[in-house]
Design a protein around this ligand. Sequence first.
Ligand SMILES: C[S@@+](CC[C@H](N)C(=O)[O-])C[C@H]1O[C@@H](n2cnc3c(N)ncnc32)[C@H](O)[C@@H]1O
Length: 295
Amino acid sequence: MASSKLTTKSLTHDPSHYAKTFSVYARLSAKYQVLATWTDTVFPSVIVDKLSPVSNAEEKLNILGIGSGTGGMDCNMITQLLKKFPSIANTVLEPAADHIEGYKKLLESKGFGSDVDFNWRQQTWDEYYKECKQVNQIKKFHFISAIHSLYYVEDLESTILDLINCLEEGGVLLMIAVSDDSGFWRLWKRFPMFADDLYRQINSGDIRRILDTHQIGYKAITQESRVDITCCYEDGNQDGVLLTDFLNHVVNLRECSSQSFVDEVLSYMRGEDCTVQNGDQLLFNNDWQAIIVTK
Ligand SMILES: C[S@@+](CC[C@H](N)C(=O)[O-])C[C@H]1O[C@@H](n2cnc3c(N)ncnc32)[C@H](O)[C@@H]1O
């Protein structure tokens, strides 16, 4: 392996660069389209139908989003949940101010009105849970989602157990992460030096193993998805620069590493472990897995 002359930091250290790279990735992976289809076709039967009706007519369905980002997926889920539960109280944990702003902007076009209350909390999961424990008030939720955000928690195992502890009896936890045979996972495994104190390279297999160890039942559903990474190999293509950073989860890979190391990363990304060629397109394997626990 070539020397990285490593001065890279994970994207989590630079929220504004993170937001830029994420938006290129979302566009080139049709991320929200795939998630929207999943929410329309799979989510109703594996989650909404499993949620018991709330115990009295006055009670709202309490839901918690961990790392909700700009809310694209959360709003789709809320739309489905409203078909069964007329009134929802939604707590949103999101440390990035820009993402909360983006989520609020998106809501302007959703027309949820007074059917959904929002409790905005600009903080990480660890900050939130520590605060709850300090005041000895662990709020319970009927539905909790952590969609591509468990990479950022301090300890995956204790977080999963704590999330289950935060579920009401009959409640449902949805966790989504890159799948253990995705291109993402192979790329991260090949370059473990990109992980740091704010970001850990985990996959859906890690989540399943923790649940197995604790003999907690779950349902796992894999979703195929591809990202077109052709632009990463076009000289001067700015989308390609940002997408390379997002896939590797680093800030400015090309500026912070030796040319030989960048070449090695780019070559591995397009290799058969991670990518298939389709005509002129290079399609990176972006498969993810949803893991669902019902309490
Ligand atoms: C990959 S994005 C996913 C966003 C959204 N869930 C989606 O699927 O579109 C990860 C999100 O987690 C947030 N995040 C980062 N660290 C976090 C932490 N420790 N706790 C909760 N959320 C975190 C980021 O700000 C970002 O919005």
